[in-house]
Write a protein that binds this ligand. Structure first.
Ligand SMILES: *Cc1c(COP(=O)(O)O)cnc(C)c1O
Length: 376
């Protein structure tokens, strides 16, 4: 059996290697490494894929979030709401910009921001909310959009884990993750659903004015060369990464289908087990399975992880420590016990291998090995 990886980038590359190698060589021979035609073509193709007016490529997903917040002209002390059960980048940039992160709890079944908790956390200082579409499916955007509109606050979607997922509104309208709020942010880190071979990121918006401001910010606050009207950053997607992303974007929906098929296999294998809760699929969003995350009940999950490792099966815990309990973000407003769902999840979740190259032999071995530990 082929060695099981958490994410099998090698197997995925093997299938597109000829095309990728040629594209990379072409960029090198063109020497247009920065802002070359590949970047512009990728931007356009991404706009078409997402059906959004503007895609602004940048250096990584964390920068995308930072640039989005810079463009909204938020002031120190302004509050930005997000969840405690997330990857650190979301909270990090809020804090870096001198804004105040306000954390809320998540839904126990989808792991995404709980709209009622979001509503409760709004104060006169709230300026924005960052729903994170965690593990591959959209947060419940319809109520979030409504609450944010009423309160007059911006929505920045963190789409780093859910690029390609589609949300369905109650009137039947469908929109891609990252195109529902004012701004969407994503990452092309290699292990993401659309990953490049290095670092990369992008920002999406339908708002022409915000788009113009963000294009200026990613380029040192410079619209006219060497005239700096605002403080910016240096955040670029390089041409080699753009060329690779153009090829992989054509496969993105098919990649999602491969992940969904693996998730179906896992779901079925664990469906009768009361100690393993399989990930719920929200009725109003497709799931692109950035991660396949089980909630364990009365199982020593690190014991399970060790059992799997001993059998050469990787498994990871995303995320073991909620943001309100991280040393860097200790805040007297928050205490252990404040976000019971987040805290319970961080003590019980485990993620299994999930990628586009899993085959039935591997899936059978993984599920049998998990059940062996759980049922012993
Ligand atoms: C990966 C990730 C990011 C950051 O992306 P980078 O490209 O690594 O900076 C931000 N938010 C979430 C939810 C992520 O998973």
């Amino acid at each position: 059996m082929k060695k099981i990886q958490m994410v099998d980038l090698q197997g995925q590359y093997d299938k597109i290697s000829k095309e990728v190698d040629q594209a990379v060589l072409d960029v090198i021979r063109s020497t247009q490494f920065i802002n070359g035609p590949e970047v512009k073509s990728f931007q356009k193709e991404m706009e078409d894929y997402l059906e959004v007016r503007h895609v602004i490529p940048c250096a990584n997903g964390t920068d995308a979030l930072q640039v989005a917040m810079m463009a909204l002209d938020l002031k120190p002390g302004d509050e930005v709401i997000t969840t405690s059960f997330t990857f650190v980048a979301t909270v990090e940039v809020i804090a870096l910009l001198g804004l105040t992160p306000v954390l809320v709890d998540v839904d126990p079944l989808t792991f995404n921001i709980d709209p009622r908790a979001f509503r409760k956390a709004i104060t006169p200082k709230t300026k924005a909310v960052v729903p994170v579409h965690l593990f591959g499916q959209c947060a419940d955007m319809e109520p979030i959009l409504e609450i944010a509109r009423e309160a007059g606050i911006y929505i920045i979607e963190d789409t780093a884990q859910a690029l390609g997922a589609t949300y369905k509104f109650s009137d039947g309208t469908r929109k891609k993750a990252g195109t529902m709020g004012h701004i969407g942010c994503t990452s092309f880190f290699p292990s993401k659903n659309l990953g490049c071979y290095g670092d990369g990121g992008a920002i999406f918006t339908d708002d022409d004015d915000l788009a113009r401001r963000m294009r200026v910010i990613v380029n040192h606050g410079m619209e006219v060369r060497y005239y700096h009207d605002s403080i910016g950053v240096n955040s670029r997607l390089d041409s080699i990464q753009a060329a690779i992303l153009r090829i992989k974007l054509r496969h993105l929906d098919q990649y999602a289908e491969a992940r969904q098929a693996a998730a179906d296999y896992y779901d079925y294998a664990f469906s009768n087990n009361t100690r393993l809760l399989t990930p719920k699929r929200a009725g109003n969003s497709t799931h692109v399975f950035h991660q396949y995350t089980l909630v364990t009940r009365d199982i020593d999950r690190f014991g399970l992880q060790e059992h799997l490792h001993a059998k050469d099966i990787p498994a990871m815990v995303y995320y073991p420590v909620p943001m309100h309990m991280q040393k860097a973000y200790i805040d007297p407003r928050y205490h252990e016990g404040d976000f019971p769902v987040t805290e319970a999840l961080s003590k019980s979740v485990i993620s299994l291998p999930m990628h586009t190259e899993l085959n039935d032999e591997q899936l059978k071995y993984i599920t049998q090995s998990v059940l062996e530990y759980v049922n012993r």
